[in-house]
Design a protein around this ligand. Structure first.
Ligand SMILES: Cc1cc2nc3c(=O)[nH]c(=O)nc-3n(C[C@H](O)[C@H](O)[C@H](O)COP(=O)(O)OP(=O)(O)OC[C@H]3O[C@@H](n4cnc5c(N)ncnc54)[C@H](O)[C@@H]3O)c2cc1C
Length: 471
């Protein structure tokens, strides 16, 4: 085993998707001491993770470029980067680039290139290195963190950050029947699986949110001209994002609600007021979003779980709308009467050579319908760390270095993101960012929240390294 000892002021980040890459970028940008940063990430490129690894140009970021700059003080940075670099990467920027939604592969290129630029121009001889492997074990002592990779490398550092993203659940026995079937795509980002479905006459899309929009856009781009049947448990259907002003800051009146019930009743009252005034309801989530962290952190676990059980699905479909450009494709397909959507529960699948028969419960009725293609668009995510089968996660839980959050979402941490071990002790040198913190800070998965977390995390780490100046 090779020991690779990093000198002082060293940070190791496990996971080089968006959250890990942006943390490294902010550390390099803001440091006043020499830093050695290591990112452990098995993917070839940093900054892409799951979301920005898709190569399909029709998979877009779900908001306008104007809100996704990596530098909140320079909101036009991404738009300028797109104008300069888009054409070289096969994308022609539209006139109103700030209000357009670029392809996700291009956004990943932006993150990757900005991180590379920050490393190249880093002050104080700071360095960044990418270890292309997976972390498998972690040992934390009060002053050092030691992480072992699958390749047998041991990386030691003063500080460590877990930016592991989100994990997939195991297939249910019902779903397992479809795995490997030639007419089944387990997700809308598997280009080869989608290629096989182009000659279908009717495709079942399971799930009706943003991943469903990716699936329709991909199939249309491939020349598919058959029908789609979209089913979801609640029958909600994602909407396209419209350009609207945030509604008035109604939650600031009279203090934030402390229960899910009070939150719901205040949101409903505001929704009625918005409708009566003839305004657009899409301003409502924009008014709620700045309060999410305070609402979540001010609520008891009981209320948080009531939110996740009863309101989460409504919040997700309301807050996470699709890019207008992608939504136009869905609207066209609906106008051509090729897409039908509704509430249904899947009871089971049976397969024949080129057909998948699905048993659906629609209202009180049970239907058996045959499709020649099925795409799973549920964007499965497993948040409960006690159930995740990934070896590193299992190791972290088994050794007690981290403990599952009491809500069943991610791991326990202080409100600032310092991780808490099995004995309830706060690590001084081990933090997390993004999805692992969902139990602590609910909306930890989107670009804008992760960008804010990365800046705060970088500043916290750097404050520990920076000598205090006296007059
Ligand atoms: C398809 C899709 C589209 C999305 N689109 C948008 C959007 O348009 N706008 C938006 O705001 N948000 C979007 N999101 C939300 C998305 O979660 C965030 O934008 C962001 O990409 C999450 O980054 P992350 O680094 O937390 O996770 P990930 O991107 O999942 O990155 C985690 C990384 O950790 C690595 N890793 C895991 N375990 C280990 C280990 N043991 N050792 C080393 N590395 C490890 C993985 O390889 C992975 O690269 C989208 C999400 C998905 C899935």
């Amino acid at each position: 085993m090779r020991i690779d000892r990093i000198a002082h002021q060293s940070v190791v980040i496990v996971g080089g998707g968006f959250a890990g890459a942006v943390t490294a970028l902010k550390l390099l940008e803001r440091t006043e001491v020499p830093l050695k940063i290591t990112i452990i990430e098995p993917r070839e490129e940093l900054g892409r993770g799951v979301a920005y690894s898709t190569a399909e140009p029709v998979h877009l970021v779900n908001g306008p470029s104007g809100i996704f700059s990596l530098y909140p003080d320079d909101p036009d940075h991404l738009s300028r980067w797109l104008v300069e670099n888009g054409p070289a990467h096969g994308w022609t920027p539209p006139d109103e680039v700030g209000s357009s939604s670029p392809p996700r592969y291009l956004y990943g290129t932006y993150v990757r290139d900005e991180l590379a630029r920050a490393a190249k121009t880093a002050r104080l001889c700071s360095t960044l290195r990418h270890v292309k492997s997976s972390a498998t074990a972690l040992v934390a002592t009060p002053n050092r963190i030691q992480i072992t990779t699958a390749a047998g490398l041991v990386v030691e550092a003063d500080e460590a950050v877990l930016a592991l993203g989100v994990f997939q659940p195991r297939l249910s026995p019902t779903e397992a029947r479809l795995a490997g079937h030639s007419r089944f795509a387990a997700n809308p980002w598997d280009a080869h699986a989608l290629d096989r479905l182009v000659d279908s006459s009717e495709i079942l899309l399971i799930g009706s949110s943003l991943s469903m929009v990716d699936a329709v856009a991909s199939m249309e781009a491939r020349g598919y001209r058959g029908r789609y049947r979209v089913v979801s448990r609640r029958g909600q259907f994602v909407e396209g994002r419209r350009t609207v002003e945030a509604a008035r800051d109604f939650l600031a009146d009279g203090g934030l609600p402390l229960s899910a019930r009070e939150l719901l009743s205040r949101v409903k009252a505001e929704r009625r007021a918005i409708s009566a005034a003839g305004a657009d309801w899409q301003g409502l989530p924009l008014a709620i979003r700045p309060h999410i962290l305070s609402l979540w952190q001010g609520a008891s676990d009981h209320e948080r779980l009531r939110f996740t059980r009863h309101l989460r699905a409504f919040w997700d479909v309301t807050a996470h709308r699709s890019a207008p450009e992608s939504h136009q494709i869905v609207e066209r397909v609906i106008a051509e009467q090729r897409l039908q959507h509704g509430r249904a529960r899947i009871l089971g699948f049976s397969t024949k050579k080129d057909a998948i028969t699905v048993k659906l419960k629609v209202g009180m009725d049970v239907e058996s319908v045959s499709f020649d293609g099925v795409i799973d668009c549920r964007g499965h995510q497993l948040h409960d760390w006690s159930q995740i089968s990934d070896p590193f996660v299992k190791h972290l839980i088994a050794t007690g270095e981290v403990r599952a959050h009491s809500t069943g979402y991610g791991i326990d941490a202080t409100p600032a993101g310092d991780l808490i071990n099995e004995d309830g002790l706060v690590h001084r040198n081990l933090s997390a960012i993004g999805h692992p913190l969902r139990g602590v800070a609910w909306e930890s998965s989107s670009i804008t929240e992760q960008r804010a977390q990365a800046i705060a995390l970088a500043d916290r780490i750097l404050a520990k390294f920076t000598p205090v100046r006296v007059a």
